[in-house]
Design a protein around this ligand. Structure first.
Ligand SMILES: [Zn+2]
Length: 299
């Protein structure tokens, strides 16, 4: 959280300033007062001044250190609460949506469709320290075009908002491992909090209303970064973002979007959900599961 970091930095500078001020006070007293006194009073004055100021300085240092520790602890607790709230909200939304769209899913399996649905995504690319995108924009556009073609087979229209360049966050260039470690990582919260749209009105545009209109949440964020360790992409349930790098096939975005819609890996090489993500076939069952997922909406 930005406020945590800012206050922490302020506390650190205050601590350094306080130390410098303490030294200045000691020097001023010894130079302006003690030096005027005759021997041995001047040495005695120096000694007393040094002892008193050192004690005061030490107390100030300890107090600031305690404040800093308390602040860090509070921030860590808030971070854990934030993590749990995100997890619970995501899981509840998933469950609520699956319950509400269950009849639609069953009807879909029997061949009854409800027309075209939308799968909105917000593409974002992390920039390096110089502000350049870590994955070329042309590559990202290729991934989006491929995803559009894949989901069309399920009569789902992929709508991508303009690609956002995320600057000043180059520490997010390498994603966490796509496993249990990643599930508990701090990075996850930072990705989750990346804002797709700034400003109140734009924010509303970036919300999706689940098929069941339970409560609005952010559209799926597709985040391109320099490396998803050991993989071309990653989705961890119940996040509302996928991570993509440019080492995988052109269908990697569609594959991760499939995971976000609850699709699991399949053995058929031609299927989009084969772990290689090279091909793009989808079964009727997969299409119905996609169409009734929480990221796919009528509006
Ligand atoms: Zn996969």
């Amino acid at each position: 959280m930005r406020i945590c970091k800012e206050v922490q930095e302020r506390i650190e500078t205050t601590r350094t300033e306080a130390q410098n001020q303490c030294r200045n006070v000691t020097r001023t007293i010894t130079e302006t007062i003690c030096s005027w006194l005759p021997w041995p009073l001047d040495d005695l004055c120096d000694l007393v001044t040094t002892v008193i100021t050192e004690v005061i300085c030490a107390i100030v240092y300890v107090v600031i250190t305690i404040v800093s520790w308390v602040w860090r602890t509070v921030c860590e607790i808030i971070g854990v609460i934030d993590w749990v709230v995100n997890l619970v909200a995501g899981a509840l939304e998933w469950l609520g949506n699956r319950i509400i769209t269950f009849p639609e899913w069953v009807l879909c399996l029997t061949g009854v469709g409800f027309g075209q649905k939308n799968y909105r995504i917000c593409p974002m690319v992390i920039a390096d320290a110089e502000g350049n995108p870590l994955v070329p924009i042309a590559t990202i556009q290729g991934h989006i075009r491929a995803a559009r073609a894949v989901f069309k087979k399920c009569n789902v229209n992929v709508i991508a908002s303009p690609i956002i360049l995320v600057t000043g966050k180059s520490h997010l260039a390498v994603g966490p491992d796509c496993d249990a470690d990643g599930f508990f990582s701090q990075h996850k919260l930072e990705y989750e909090h990346l804002s797709c749209c700034d400003g109140l009105l734009e924010r509303v545009n970036c919300l999706r209303f689940p098929s069941g209109l339970i409560w609005p949440r952010h559209v799926l964020k597709a985040i391109w970064l320099s490396d998803v360790p050991g993989k071309g992409g990653c989705y961890i349930f119940p996040d509302s973002f996928v991570q993509i790098d440019d080492s995988g096939s052109v269908n990697i975005l569609a594959h991760e979007m499939g995971h976000a819609c609850d699709l699991l890996h399949r053995d058929e090489v031609n299927n989009l959900m084969h772990s290689s993500a090279v091909n793009s076939d989808l079964t009727d069952f997969q299409c119905c599961t996609i169409r009734t997922s929480r990221f796919v909406t009528f509006l």
